[in-house]
Every structure is written in structure tokens, then in C-alpha cells.
Design a protein. Structure first.
Length: 172
């Protein structure tokens, strides 16, 4: 229950919270907060040569490791709109989402401040632009399915799973 870790008082009335079954409830005003995973949207940007574009993280967590392009959704943002926004922010590219690849769960960060994530990943094709690292990206590089980074070089546990799902999709 990392999301609610350390919550002791109600954010509405300052009453004491009771923790139970993945939730924190206030007996004074009835407020309930649930420990949900934070949604992310991710793109496996592909080119015409069967390669995928990966980003080397320029910030913690997992700074210096390879990651898929994407990030957290804004409140009430559609996942495919978030995918387009994240790709634009991190690479400068305009893309069109393609096939749904997979849904995975993971943790963003470590320790008591780690955030559980629900990660939705699609393929995407470039509509316009040239890839250039922006925002929190240190480097961008194209990889063929046989040249993907070793799992030790990947950010987050889920990235190996995402890339394996992509390889399977492309092998069909």
C-alpha cells in the first residue's frame, strides 16, 4: 500500500485515518482513499526497418538505463492522447498509435515513496519530425529485435516484459 504509506490524517477534515484492505478511511467525515496504481502510457516507436526507438533515462529513477518512451497520464487524459503528448515531449516526434502491445504493472522508484504503476503500451509510427532527446531523455537510439539492450541495461522490471511482448508481436 505504497500510495497511502504514511497517511495518518484525513486530507479533508484532519480526522485520524484507519487503514484497511488497500484503503485509508476517515471515521469522522467518511472520506476514503484507495491505493490504486498510477496509469502510464508508453510507445514503442517503430521505423520502416523493423526497429524500435528506446530512450536512455536522463533522470532518476534508473538514470542512464534504457526505457520505452512514455510517462504518467494527466488526470482525465485518454491514454492515446497521453502517448502522443509523451512522445512529443521526450522526442519531438508526432506519432500515430498502432497496435496495443501489453499491460504491465511495476514500481516507479524505490522504498516507501515508490509508486505502483499500471503501464499501457502501444506501437507507434512517426508522422513527422526527427527524433531528438528532450525533457528527461539523455539519448535516443534505434534497436532491431536482435540488438535490444541486455536486461541489466533496462530501466524498471517491466521493460524486459514489454520488449519481449513486442518481439513476439513482430515474430507473428
Amino acid at each position: 500500500m505504497a500510495l497511502l504509506h504514511g497517511w495518518r490524517y484525513c486530507p479533508r477534515c484532519k480526522g485520524e485515518l484507519a487503514h484497511r484492505d488497500g484503503a485509508a478511511a476517515c471515521g469522522a467525515c467518511g472520506f476514503v482513499a484507495y491505493a490504486n496504481s498510477a496509469p502510464t502510457t508508453n510507445a514503442l516507436v517503430e521505423d520502416g526497418e523493423g526497429r524500435v526507438l528506446l530512450a536512455r533515462r536522463g533522470i532518476e529513477p534508473d538514470m542512464g538505463k534504457w526505457d520505452v518512451i512514455g510517462g504518467f497520464l494527466d488526470e482525465y487524459e485518454h491514454p492515446l492522447d497521453g502517448l502522443r503528448r509523451e512522445v512529443r515531449e521526450e522526442t519531438g516526434l508526432e506519432v500515430e498509435p498502432g497496435e496495443f502491445v501489453c499491460a504491465t504493472v511495476d514500481w516507479y522508484g524505490e522504498g516507501p515513496d515508490a509508486v505502483a504503476t499500471l503501464n499501457l503500451t502501444w506501437t507507434a509510427r512517426i508522422l513527422s519530425g526527427e527524433p531528438a532527446p528532450e525533457d528527461d531523455v539523455a539519448e535516443l537510439r534505434w534497436f532491431t529485435p536482435d540488438e535490444l539492450p541486455h536486461p541489466d541495461e533496462l530501466a524498471f522490471r517491466r521493460i524486459s516484459e514489454v520488449l519481449a511482448a513486442w518481439r513476439s508481436l513482430r515474430a507473428e
